[in-house]
Design a protein around this ligand. Structure first.
Ligand code: IPM
Ligand code: MN
Length: 373
């Protein structure tokens, strides 16, 4: 269906193409039943792009991404490309997208579905109703800081360098996103760094505090060292609403938070740039899980994180919150009805589960959408 919504689909490697295929069914359903159409372009990224073009992201695909209203991304990487040189690693394709689209705010919700409470490794009473939003800074810090590289010293020994750097403006813009989001939630922000050992941590804490005083004093702000936060996430995760932190801590803490919800296979994410004059933000949506080469091609992957990433896209890029709600409700209902991909089977604790593969899960979502609409 023709539309003025331009979408770039980048399925990538491993289970990426499989889970994307299930989302295509939902995209088609939305076009058919809700007149929500997209002009879709598709391209390769990661190992697939390396095989085709010799680079993990072609300039052409980069240009299409910059022009699109949103990018829907699968996953990249796999053992096939383990030995390629550093600057051509499949992951560089994703990092280039984040950097050149200037997607500095990565929203990673960790929400526990009631039906999955037994899949969590924590006790049900600790994770019930859990709803945390981690905002990870995504274009700075040690992921991109210069100088970086490996050199050989005079004595023949090798030395590797990565650099953590943050500027005031980089800290302020991502903290602003956290404060704004908190206002629409439980109005609490926990800012996390290691100000006890890192200069970037000291600056982060000072700038977060300053911005809070200037513009967001109605929001409750606390600071927590990242190691303490890792511990608190397991001890009593319910204390958190919005967490804001740097690129590397955010990478690690969001993986940890995802396991509270039962599976990495459930969690979506949105990576957003700054709004332009028309209020439009560049955006990329991707599941938190990786390419899972061990189960790729076997029809076992859970398509729900990609499905929920698509729902986030409807909400944040196209202002289609009714449609986003519809998709999220369909996911919830299908879980309630007992549908489980392999990653969600909690040692058979849940009664009446229906073990399903990737395609059956996708079909169940579409069927549920039909029933809801
Ligand atoms: C993530 C991933 C990426 C990261 C990799 C694939 C580059 O782990 O999105 O969390 O480290 O940021
Ligand atoms: Mn990660």
């Amino acid at each position: 269906m023709a539309s003025n919504r331009n979408l770039l689909v980048l399925p990538g490697d491993g289970i990426g193409p499989e889970v994307m295929n299930e989302v295509r069914k939902i995209i088609a359903w939305m076009g058919r039943k809700r007149a929500v159409g997209f002009d879709i372009k598709e391209d390769v990224v990661g190992g697939a792009a390396l095989d085709k073009h010799g680079v993990p992201l072609s300039d052409d695909a980069m240009k299409t991404a910059l022009e699109a209203d949103a990018v829907l991304f699968g996953s990249v990487g796999g053992p096939k490309w383990d030995n390629v040189e550093f600057n051509k690693k499949p992951e560089r394709g994703l990092l280039r997208l984040r950097k050149e689209m200037d997607l500095f705010a990565n929203l990673r919700p960790a929400k526990v579905f009631d039906a999955l409470i037994d899949a969590s490794s924590l006790k049900p009473e600790i994770v019930k109703g859990l709803d945390i939003m981690i905002i990870r800074e995504l274009t700075g810090g040690v992921y991109f800081g210069e100088p970086r590289g490996v050199t050989t010293l005079a004595n023949g020994e090798r030395e590797a360098i990565d650099t953590q750097r943050y500027k005031t403006s980089e800290i302020r813009r991502v903290c602003a996103v956290a404060f704004e989001l908190a206002r629409k939630r439980k109005n609490r922000v926990c800012s996390s760094e290691k100000a006890n050992v890192m200069h970037t941590g000291v600056l982060w804490r000072e700038e977060a505090t300053k911005l809070h005083k200037e513009k967001y004093s109605d929001v409750k702000l606390e600071h927590m060292y990242a190691d303490a936060l890792a511990m608190q996430l397991l001890r009593s995760p319910g204390q958190f609403d919005v967490i804001v932190t740097d690129n590397l801590f955010g990478d690690i803490l969001s993986d940890e938070a995802s396991m509270l919800t039962g599976s990495l296979g459930m969690l979506p994410s949105a990576s957003l740039g700054a709004p332009d004059a028309t209020g439009r933000r560049k955006a990329l949506y991707e599941p938190i899980h990786g390419s899972a080469p061990d189960i790729a091609g076997k029809g076992l992957a859970n398509p729900l994180a990609e499905t929920l990433s698509y729902a986030m896209m409807l909400r944040y890029s196209f202002d289609l919150s009714k449609e986003a709600d519809l998709v999220e409700t369909a996911v919830e209902n299908v879980l309630k009805a007992g549908y489980r991909t392999a990653d969600l089977l909690a040692g058979g604790k849940t009664p009446d589960v229906k073990k399903v593969g990737t395609q059956e899960m996708g079909d169940a979502i579409v069927k549920e959408l039909d029933r809801l609409a």
